[in-house]
Design a protein around this ligand. Sequence first.
Ligand SMILES: [Fe+2]
Ligand SMILES: [Fe+2]
Length: 307
Amino acid sequence: MDKELLKKLDDFIRVRLNEKRYRHTMGVVETAAKLAERYGADTEKAYVAALFHDACKNLDIDEMNSLVEKYHIGDVYIDKPQLAHSKLAAAIIRDRFGIDDEDIINAISYHTTGRAEMSLLEKIIYVSDAVEPNRSYPGVEKFHRLAFEDLDRAGYEIANNAIRLVTEAGMYLDNDSVAARDWFQSILDNDSLENSRKFAVYVANIIDSKRGSDIVVLDISEKSSFADYFVIASGSSFRQTSALAEYVQERADMHGRFVSSIEGRDGSGWVLMDYGDVIVNIFVPEKREKYDLEKIWSDCGTVDWEA
Ligand SMILES: [Fe+2]
Ligand SMILES: [Fe+2]
């Protein structure tokens, strides 16, 4: 992007932002640059989006409302400066400055609410806005640290916090804020279940919630070439072992964890579900005793799945 255009963007905000807001903006610029570096995003786009994100924040309400109308932002944004300023900055950077990069536009447009399916740049601007060094509110240090460790977790915490504050204040809660929070949540769920230990623990809890009993998670990773964990549990009857297996499968499917084979659902009293790195064994008590997997694998450690 040419220097002249960047200078024009800076001139635009300098005359429109008060001192505090300009300092905040520079804080977002600085944080977004570091996060772009950290996560491999385009640093120039991050700079432009951060610089302009709050360009309309200090406009008075009448001017905002008339711009909302001029740019057809939507009636829902009338008299809602805390939301409208994002949409207006996105419209103006396109209209007045000819910047039509969709990623920059969206990062500006959704910096307040976030949304589902955010791009990396959108996430960086959304998170930077909340954690830049001039921000001071309970929890901000934690969010700042998280931003550099795990951007999605930071996004989730920030979205959750924002929803709580808006709800407590009785303010208008935008659908995109909720969609953002739920989306971050789903990323965290899926991430964690790719990890075999977490998945084994998750399955143990699923079985527990459906009254499976004597649940044991064995770490067989050191001793076995075919899997990392065994989940072993008992159902009180053939029917319950099948029902438990079905429920495990249903829940795992929802997290993109698909079983590669299931054996023993025909009433043999031992249902074996192969998830690759995790093998789930659900027995009726007699069969569990007979095959005694825990004895065979007795030199393997157990995992505290209830923790
Ligand atoms: Fe803002
Ligand atoms: Fe901001």
